[in-house]
Ligand binder design. Sequence first.
Ligand code: HEC
Ligand code: HEC
Ligand code: HEC
Length: 92
Amino acid sequence: MKKAIIAMFAVVAFAGSAFAAAQENYEYKGGSFGKVSFNHKTHMKLGCTKCHEAMPPKKIAVNKDYAHTKGCTNCHKEMKKGPTGCKDCHKK
Ligand code: HEC
Ligand code: HEC
Ligand code: HEC
């Protein structure tokens, strides 16, 4: 049921033409600590509004401040899943 709802959101989202589709995977430069990859596809099952404030989803600017707080690290800590150590996210 939950999956069906998410699938419906996805269909509604992609049916519109005012916004871009998400990539399966994003890669960030991450400065001297090395690249960070973010698999959008595997994260989608968590529910769009966990990260996107409203539907349809808009682009999110992923920078250091966002990533190291609510954008990535806080959720991994709260859920006790996903990387929380510097070198678990940043790869040379
Ligand atoms: C774990 C957080 C997270 C979840 C959950 C999530 N997204 Fe995203 N999404 C992002 C981030 C971060 C970006 C921006 C990536 C970038 O451009 O660097 C993004 C980008 C997008 C974009 C591209 C927007 C643009 O204009 O470039 C779309 C469309 C999108 N997401 C749709 C969805 C849908 C639909 C769902 C639910 C099925 C979803 N997202 C779930 C974090 C998330
Ligand atoms: C809303 C919660 C949430 C947010 C926000 C979130 N993650 Fe995750 N992340 C998870 C969970 C849960 C897992 C574990 C998935 C599993 O084990 O099935 C995970 C796993 C990962 C993994 C391990 C590989 C994989 O894809 O399963 C990486 C790398 C990762 N996240 C990077 C990021 C980055 C980078 C961001 C920010 C752009 C981010 N995550 C934002 C919840 C989140
Ligand atoms: C959950 C994943 C994650 C963890 C854990 C994490 N980072 Fe990041 N970090 C990111 C992302 C995503 C960015 C944004 C990358 C970008 O803008 O190119 C970033 C940005 C940075 C930047 C800035 C790069 C720039 O040029 O602006 C530095 C430096 C950095 N991180 C160091 C660290 C250190 C040190 C730790 C451990 C204390 C750490 N990171 C832990 C994901 C993570």
